[in-house]
Write a protein that binds this ligand. Structure first.
Ligand code: HEC
Ligand code: HEC
Length: 272
C-alpha cells in the first residue's frame, strides 16, 4: 500500500458522506429509475482535470487519442474478410453516417439477443457483414475503429435505452454499481456518487462518467477502452477484474451511460 495515511483519511471521508447521500438515495419503484445525479449536477470527468489536460483534449493536434481515430479512419476504408468490403462500402463517411451512434450504445441487439456496446457492434459487422474474424477487445484496430466512430458523436448527449429487453441488463449494472467489492470493500458509488471532488492519493475522484472513451491516459501512455478504465477501478479496490468485454462490464456500461444521460460525448478523450 503506497500511502496508508491518505487511505485512512479517505475512508473516513466515505463514512462522513454516507448518511447525507443515503437520504437522497430512496427511489420509488413506481416512478421508474431516478437519476442519482440530477442533470444540472452532472460534471464530465474533464471538468475535474487540470486546465493543461483539458486543453490537450480540446486540441485535435495535441490530443494523442486522435492518432487512434486517424488510424481508425484508415481501417474504416480498408476492405477485409471474405466479402472484400470495407466499413465504408456500406456506411460511407463515418462522420456523417455514424453521427450520434456512440451515444446510443450499449444497445440490445435483437439478432444475437445480447446487449452490445460499440465494440461488440463493430465486431458484429466484422463477422456477419465482412466475413472477417472478430477483433480482440483492446486491440489497436478495435480501439482505432471505435475512436473513429465515437468522434462522429462529439457533442451528442448520451441517450441509451433501458426499457424492454435492455432492462434486466440495466438492473444488473445498477446493482453492481452499488455493491461492495474487493478487499477494500467499496462500491463504485462510494467513490463516484458520494466522494466526487475529493482527493484519493494523487487523483481527484470524478463522478465516474463514460463519455470520453476510448481515451488516451497518460498513465497508460496509450489509448484504452472504457472497460480498461473500469478494470483499473476493480484493481484499485483489490477486486477480481472481469475481462474486457465481459457481459457484466457491458451491463455496468449501460448503467453508467444512463447515469450520465445528457452529458455530451468527448471521445476520444484525454485522461490522467
Ligand atoms: C476507491 C475509489 C474508487 C472506486 C471504489 C471506484 N473508482 Fe472509478 N475511479 C476512481 C478514480 C480515482 C478514478 C480516476 C479519476 C476519475 O476520473 O474519477 C476513477 C475513474 C473512473 C472512471 C473514468 C471517469 C473519466 O471521466 O475518465 C469511471 C467510468 C469509473 N471510475 C467507474 C467506476 C466504476 C463503475 C466503479 C465500480 C466498479 C468504480 N469506478 C469504482 C476511484 C474509484
Ligand atoms: C455489408 C454491409 C456492411 C459492412 C461492410 C459493415 N456494416 Fe456496419 N452495419 C450494416 C448494417 C446492415 C447495419 C444495421 C444492422 C442492424 O441494425 O441490425 C450496421 C450497423 C452498424 C453500426 C450500428 C449503427 C447504429 O445506428 O446503431 C455500427 C457502429 C457499424 N455498423 C459499424 C461498422 C464497422 C466499424 C464496419 C467495418 C468494420 C462495418 N460496420 C461494416 C452493414 C454493414
Amino acid at each position: 500500500m503506497r500511502s496508508a495515511a491518505a487511505l485512512r483519511i479517505f475512508l473516513f471521508g466515505v463514512a462522513l458522506a454516507w448518511p447525507v447521500a443515503g437520504s437522497t438515495q430512496a427511489t420509488s419503484p413506481a416512478a421508474g429509475p431516478q437519476r442519482a445525479l440530477p442533470l444540472d449536477q452532472l460534471r464530465s470527468g474533464s471538468s475535474f482535470m487540470s486546465s493543461d489536460l483539458r486543453a490537450m483534449q480540446a486540441d485535435d493536434f495535441a490530443n494523442p487519442a486522435m492518432l487512434w481515430a486517424e488510424r481508425g479512419a484508415a481501417a474504416w476504408a480498408r476492405p477485409v474478410g471474405a466479402a472484400g468490403r470495407s466499413c465504408a462500402s456500406c456506411h460511407q463517411d463515418a462522420q456523417m453516417s455514424m453521427r450520434g451512434v456512440a451515444a446510443r450504445y450499449p444497445r440490445f441487439d435483437t439478432g444475437t439477443k445480447t446487449l452490445v456496446n460499440l465494440e461488440g457492434r463493430v465486431n458484429l459487422c466484422r463477422t456477419a457483414q465482412q466475413g472477417a474474424a472478430a477483433l480482440a477487445y483492446e486491440s489497436e484496430e478495435l480501439l482505432a475503429l471505435t475512436a473513429h466512430i465515437a468522434r462522429a458523436s462529439r457533442g451528442s448527449p448520451l441517450a441509451v435505452r433501458i426499457d424492454g429487453p435492455a432492462q434486466e441488463h440495466f438492473e444488473r449494472g445498477r446493482i453492481l454499481f452499488s455493491t461492495r467489492i474487493g478487499q477494500m470493500n467499496l462500491a463504485c458509488m462510494h467513490c463516484h456518487d458520494w466522494n466526487a471532488g475529493r482527493r484519493l492519493l494523487s487523483e481527484t475522484i470524478s463522478q465516474g462518467h463514460p463519455n470520453a472513451y476510448p481515451a488516451y491516459r497518460l498513465e497508460w501512455q496509450s489509448t484504452g477502452s472504457l472497460h480498461r478504465r473500469l478494470r483499473a477501478c476493480f484493481f484499485g479496490v483489490r477486486a477480481e477484474m472481469p475481462l474486457p468485454g465481459a457481459p457484466e462490464l457491458v451491463d455496468l456500461e449501460l448503467f453508467l451511460m444512463w447515469r450520465a444521460q445528457g452529458l455530451p460525448i468527448e471521445s476520444p478523450g484525454v485522461r490522467r
